[in-house]
Design a protein around this ligand. Structure first.
Ligand code: SF4
Length: 433
């Protein structure tokens, strides 16, 4: 009689629920992620293209390299410290890392007397420049969701950068309105199909116009708010549409003007932001109105927070002279890289590093599988926050730091550990005479 063989157990994927997504600053905390051992992740609960792509990039760990040769971590750390000890004008940048990584990077930069900046600070500075010049009235994602009855989206659809913005923060009915109502107006930007699908239960108005001139439309709206009879068209939007939107703004109980400055293509995008901020200010003569500047990929908002609480000034700061020197033009990383002799580039959220001139000595901390134009002097693979290790990242609206938990163990160190080790391996500073 043939004996029956027991069927081998089928390995089931590990399911992680209520996962916090650390990637774009919206702070979605409802993801379901399946893990196929040893280290393959797949997002199952949302079609968000950013989350799906970022969680799926988990190749196996690889060894650190010095001049292209695989070495133990301690050897790579020593090599990085030796390079940095000899540097005259170092730059610590990229800074795609969690709060702990940012603290360690800024401590290293302070020790080196380096300039510091985040890879994505261009978009951030289109907003910060206005905040520094004029101040602003800004709101939070929670206020948007619970109170806003009129959302004006200025310029290109922010969902291209923050894919679940409308699904998570606009489509749900406001909690603090009786009866709940909400209307969305797209100004000079065509909503994506996914945005229209997410907003299918709400009245949506699209006012097509030149996205590069959305600042002109903001100015026209501000003028129409002040004097309705003098409403004028702007950027391809007719005068009667400007007048109607100004009237709607006047009657709103809580209007929000949202924009994603990183998506603005005009060369002086901060001036566009300034006009939007001014529109918000003018609307407050008639009703409650607030701006919602959207940013936050790769924890740029959190890293800027850390820099500000640490040194009293935001990113784009040099620590070379003993006291922080903030200059958003001079210390923008792309500009300062032209004069720096050594660059520490941290990119823990994505396996991408920009090309640098060959004469720069480059130390890269990035995930395994990072594409590099040229082999850096030192490459140290690090884990991704919220995938390989627990991490705090800031939400786009700056008011909430979310804790993302680690999901898998590829045996990769986190960026903070490596940066602290490099700082510890630097030669002792000579005592002051
Ligand atoms: S919208 Fe942003 S935070 Fe939300 S799942 Fe997508 S990438 Fe993550």
């Amino acid at each position: 009689m043939a004996s029956e063989r027991p069927t081998p157990p089928v390995a089931r994927p590990v399911v992680h629920r209520d996962v916090v997504c650390p990637f774009c600053g919206l702070g979605c905390d409802d993801l379901t992620v399946e893990e196929e051992p040893p280290s393959t992740l797949a997002v199952r609960s949302t079609d968000c293209p950013v989350a799906r792509e970022r969680f799926s990039r988990t190749p196996p760990a690889e060894a650190p390299r010095v001049a292209g040769v695989s070495v133990p971590l301690a050897e790579a750390v020593d090599a990085a410290a030796a390079v940095l000890a000899a540097a005259q004008a170092p730059l610590v940048a990229g800074l795609g890392t969690d709060v702990n990584g940012a603290r360690a990077a800024l401590s290293l930069a302070e020790r080196l007397g380096a300039a510091v900046d985040h890879a994505l600070s261009d978009g951030l500075y289109r907003n910060l420049a206005v905040l520094q010049r004029t101040g602003w009235i800004a709101t939070t994602l929670a206020e948007l969701r619970n109170r806003c009855d009129l959302l004006v989206v200025a310029g290109p659809d922010p969902a291209a950068l923050h894919p679940r913005l409308f699904e998570r923060w606009v489509a749900p009915a406001p909690a603090f309105q009786t009866p709940p109502s909400r209307e969305v107006v797209f100004l000079c930007g065509a909503p994506l199909d996914s945005t229209l699908a997410a907003l299918s239960n709400l009245p949506v108005t699209i006012l097509p116009g030149d996205p590069a001139r959305v600042g002109d439309v903001a100015a026209a709206l501000a003028a129409a708010l002040a004097e309705p009879s003098r409403a004028a068209g702007a950027a391809g939007i007719a005068a009667e549409d400007i007048a109607a939107l100004a009237e709607r703004l006047r009657k709103a109980r809580y209007a929000v003007v949202a924009w994603a400055a990183a998506a603005f293509a005009s060369p002086h995008a901060d001036l566009t932001v300034e006009r939007l901020v001014q529109l918000v200010r003018d609307a407050n003569r008639h009703t409650r109105c607030a701006g919602l500047p959207l940013a936050g990929h790769d924890n740029v908002v959190g890293v800027n927070q850390v820099c500000t609480w640490r040194f009293g000034v935001p990113l784009r700061t040099s620590l070379a002279g003993g006291a922080p020197l903030h200059d958003p033009h001079r210390f923008a990383w792309a500009r300062y890289a032209a004069v720096a002799d050594a660059v520490v580039w941290v990119s823990a959220f994505r396996p991408e590093v920009p090309a640098f001139p060959a004469e720069r000595t480059l130390i890269v901390l990035a995930p395994p599988g990072t594409a590099l134009a040229d082999e850096p002097a030192v490459f140290i693979p690090v884990g991704t926050p919220g995938i390989d290790h627990a991490a705090h990242v800031f939400r786009s609206d700056t008011v909430v730091a979310l804790r993302a938990r680690g999901l898998i163990d590829r045996g990769l160190p986190d960026a903070a550990t490596v940066l602290k080790a490099i700082a510890a391996a630097l030669p002792e500073e000579a005592p002051a005479c």
